[in-house]
Design a protein around this ligand. Sequence first.
Ligand SMILES: C[S@@+](CC[C@H](N)C(=O)[O-])C[C@H]1O[C@@H](n2cnc3c(N)ncnc32)[C@H](O)[C@@H]1O
Length: 335
Amino acid sequence: MRNNLTTLQITDLSTPESGTGAKAQFAEDVKNGLGQEAKKLSSRYFYDGEGSRLFQKIMHLPEYYLTRSEHEVFTTQQQTIAQKLAAQGYFHLIDLGAGDATKTRILLKQLLQQNADFDYVPVDISGDAITELYQELPTELPSLQTQAVVGDYFNALDWLDEHKPGRKVLLFLGSNIGNFNPDERQEFMQKVRKHMQPGDMLLKGMDLCKEPETILRAYNDAAGVTAAFNLNLLHRINRELGGDFIVDQFKHFPIYDPQHGVMKSFLISQQDQQVTIKATGQTFHFKAWEAIHTESSYKFTLELAETIGHENDFKIQQIFQDKNHYFADVLYIVT
Ligand SMILES: C[S@@+](CC[C@H](N)C(=O)[O-])C[C@H]1O[C@@H](n2cnc3c(N)ncnc32)[C@H](O)[C@@H]1O
């Protein structure tokens, strides 16, 4: 049964976590990450307003095959994807980490064209991303019923269970799943699974193992946009937590480990230096050439996609790939 929604509503679950709470959490995570012997910062903090803008630029770079490949999957196979999702009647299409929803929009148009019975629930931790969708979707797709949620994936799923019961189709596009290490990925899948019932579906974007140089170039573009995206994390700490990073004294350094199928990005301190971050009340020491690990991006095989599903009571219903077999959107159904 279709819920009685206005065309677009926004629920902000980031309060009371927003403002002081969110800043305190950010400070705590930075303090813990930089306090370790092998320093790290969570990729979760990439996406402030500037980070989201830079990521949009990355998606259009010639080296960044991921978006292009997944875009091709959606443009060439949208009809089949939409039919599979809508076959069992009314559903909530929940877009976890929606960002600018470029690829999702292709699917949304197709679903509307097919008169599918659904509403759209973009979820993003970035208020900026959701605000942009809020400004664009009603004009672009006036008949779309949308309930946008600003918040973390699992706060949003808790909220949805309470306020919008019904069949769920979850989208987890891009290569968001690749940002988790294997333990985190298993935890994510288990938590997602707890919010799903038999017949619910998950369409998950997975970047596939391929020629290592192709992967490496995607995270080290010639124009330096990925470097700026990575370094923005330090600017963000300066802006929001009162840090005094001299950002020019750090450099972006990506590597690809073909044995574990993981792309890793680091920020390297180019000299011995101290950085004080007011909100943490601490000064951190960086030796010359010491690294901060900022992101991992795991790559997949189709066998691994099947194993991940099997371990969590999902069955693969169909795999959609681009013509180069660079990227897969795997449609799982809960058994
Ligand atoms: C790489 S972008 C992908 C955007 C889009 N799904 C795509 O495929 O192009 C990741 C998005 O996930 C959001 N995100 C990251 N961690 C999140 C979390 N824990 N909860 C909700 N959104 C999150 C970010 O703000 C960002 O907009």
